[in-house]
Design a protein around this ligand. Structure first.
Ligand SMILES: [Zn+2]
Length: 521
């Protein structure tokens, strides 16, 4: 049984988590790292498993915590937006056109990636919910229970950081607009008194303003652990997982669960602590700006294969995806194809289910489809004059259907990316550093041909024209194949290689000319 179906079964059998409301959230403070896709995809898979297992209504929401303050900025906007550190993300201007704020820009970026991977959540904004007054009730409950909240922090986390007179609310400073620098010191049941502290945090300086304001309707927000639990009650969440970094014993997930139960008197959601998604063996945190962004994943993999990375692995297991200079991507395609076969012929229930849950929409009919193997596509497409369709019709032993042709052209697109950016060197056909020793095999006619190629290159043609001209000149000498092999002997040390004109033009002209001159001596 697939892990998501097991969870769905457990949730339904418990009768505790009704109505079924799956939720996840994220603070849009930077272009999200690819690792942050694990949460939305785990929730998406569980959402689908629940829908398949019950006739009752299942809802999936995804909250952007866009009321949160900025305590870091995307590196590319750091200089431009530095004066906005400490502001709510929705009050920081967007550095790109078409968005009203930085928060909106960053949320939209992640939302588009999630949607392209088939995440079917309804998207909500914290900022909007606070401003619609939906948090007014929980704000009052939290302010009235400030001592109890501190008790829970202490008891669950074991920390002794109790502050005299602490209140769980951060107003937006009416003078400078920051929300990350304010501290509330009094609550009279109607209004809070606060100070915008110059030295409370290292990443922003408060203006020193003191004010008194109603805490309702979006004038400020709850601190994040309280805010997390408050969201569950406001939205009606019954199922919400959390990444391992929040889910350690006594960590923020545990604290939010206790606050939900004891302060907001709302049933704790179904708990689901999940493991990390690592790229290149390291946890590449978005705060360090390392590695791949969420929006890069669909440039690397077709959407359903990207989704497959998450659906096939149990949420309790770490995913180590290391695509650089490895066979991880071709292996992934092979495994996906195996799951597709299982789906069609019914040979393995779990693999078939993985395939089904990896689809962006529905899995379609269970019919046999010829799948061109990804690594073969990558290999053949680098060879000269190989017509991929013809080649795979040979492999299949028949004409490709329109669906198969579509699969082939998608694989061709991603194979090109793999070859250019990820493949190990031995899989990539590229010009050698120095003149290859195989170039000593060149005979007089081949050397003459190379001299003529130099002339063609110097005249600066586009690839299409150059290819035709190369062919013309090669034909004049009689043996076309032998002429072309001269190009490959001189550049990659083999007697065949990628389509010549495109290959030659993919390097700086001077470098290629120098090489061909050297080889034709
Ligand atoms: Zn201020």
């Amino acid at each position: 049984m697939h892990w998501a179906d097991k969870i769905a079964e457990e949730i339904i059998a418990s009768k505790e988590y009704k109505p079924y409301w799956v939720d996840d959230m994220k603070t849009p403070s930077g272009f999200a790292h690819v690792g942050s896709l694990r949460g939305p995809l785990i929730h998406s898979v569980i959402f689908r498993a629940l829908k398949d297992a019950t006739k009752e209504k299942v809802t999936y929401t995804f909250v952007f915590n866009d009321f949160d303050h900025a305590d870091e900025l995307p590196p590319e906007f750091k200089e431009e937006l530095k004066e906005y550190m400490g502001f709510p993300l929705r009050k920081i201007p967007s550095p790109k056109q078409g968005f009203n704020s930085l928060g909106e820009l960053l949320a939209d970026d992640l939302k588009k990636t999630m949607q392209s991977l088939g995440v079917e959540a309804e998207f909500l904004s914290s900022w909007d919910m606070y401003h619609q007054g939906k948090f007014d009730g929980v704000i009052k409950e939290a302010l009235d229970a400030a001592e109890k909240i501190q008790d829970i922090y202490e008891r669950v986390s074991g920390s002794k950081k109790r502050q005299q007179g602490w209140l769980p609310f951060s107003p937006i400073c009416e003078n400078c607009g920051k929300v990350g620098t304010t501290k509330t010191f009094a609550w009279d049941g109607k209004e809070v008194s606060y100070k915008c502290e110059p030295d409370m945090v290292s990443w922003a300086k408060g203006c020193g303003h003191e004010g008194k304001i109603s805490p309702f309707g979006g004038t400020g927000k709850l601190p994040w652990k309280v805010d997390w639990a408050a969201h569950w009650k406001v939205i009606g969440v019954t199922i919400e997982g959390a990444g391992k970094d929040h889910a350690s014993a006594g960590g923020s997930y545990d604290i939010a669960m206790e606050l939900c139960d004891k302060v907001f008197k709302f049933p704790k959601p179904y708990k689901l602590p999940y493991e990390f998604f690592l790229i290149g063996g390291r946890k590449m945190s978005s705060s360090k700006g390392l590695g791949v962004k969420a929006h890069d994943i669909t440039k690397m993999l077709p959407p359903e294969i990207a989704r497959f990375v998450f659906t096939r692995t149990n949420y309790k297991e770490q995913i180590d995806f290391d695509p650089v200079e490895t066979m991880a991507i071709p292996d992934l395609f092979d495994e996906y194809d195996r799951c597709r076969t299982a789906y069609v012929d019914g040979s393995d229930e779990t693999l078939a289910r993985i395939f089904e849950l990896s689809q962006i929409r529905d899995a379609g009919a269970k019919k046999d489809v010829f799948l061109p193997r990804f690594r073969d596509v990558a290999n053949y497409m680098q060879l000269p004059d190989v017509d991929l369709t013809k080649k795979f019709e040979e492999v299949k032993g028949g004409k490709l259907t329109p669906e198969e042709t579509e699969i082939l052209s998608e694989r061709e697109k991603y194979a090109k990316v793999w070859i250019e950016e990820y493949a190990p060197d031995e899989y990539r056909i590229k010009m050698s550093e120095g003149l290859p020793k195989e170039a000593s095999k060149l005979d007089k006619e081949q050397k003459e041909f190379l001299s003529k190629v130099v002339g063609l290159l110097e005249s600066g043609k586009d690839a299409e024209t150059l290819q035709q001209d190369l062919y013309k000149v090669a034909k004049e000498g009689g043996d076309v194949k032998k002429a072309f092999s001269a190009i490959y002997l001189a550049t990659i040390g083999a007697d065949h290689g990628p389509k010549a004109a495109w290959f030659l033009l993919s390097y700086p002209k001077e470098k290629v000319i120098e090489r061909l001159k050297e080889a034709s001596k």
